[in-house]
Design a protein around this ligand. Structure first.
Ligand SMILES: [Zn+2]
Length: 72
């Protein structure tokens, strides 16, 4: 049984707005794993992308690269 925490602090009226400082350094193509630098971003959201290696141009076929690649 969980304890219910009855106090939720909602002070500011802006719920999780995107951080404008957070830019996307590059995209990684899911098809071939190549970092791709040809893409369009609007308000932190990728609208267009193109992989020069395999020609993938489906936005959902990319993952957002991170500045600090800290995998294992
Ligand atoms: Zn690719």
């Amino acid at each position: 049984m969980r304890e219910f925490v009855g106090e939720i602090a909602l002070t500011d009226g802006s719920p999780s707005d995107p951080n404008p400082d957070r830019e996307i350094p590059y995209l990684r193509c899911k098809e071939c794993g190549t970092p791709c630098y040809v893409f369009e971003v609007e308000v932190g959201h990728v609208t267009e992308a193109l992989c020069l290696a395999c020609g993938n141009d489906v936005v959902s076929g990319f993952t957002v690269g991170e500045w600090d690649d800290d995998e294992g």
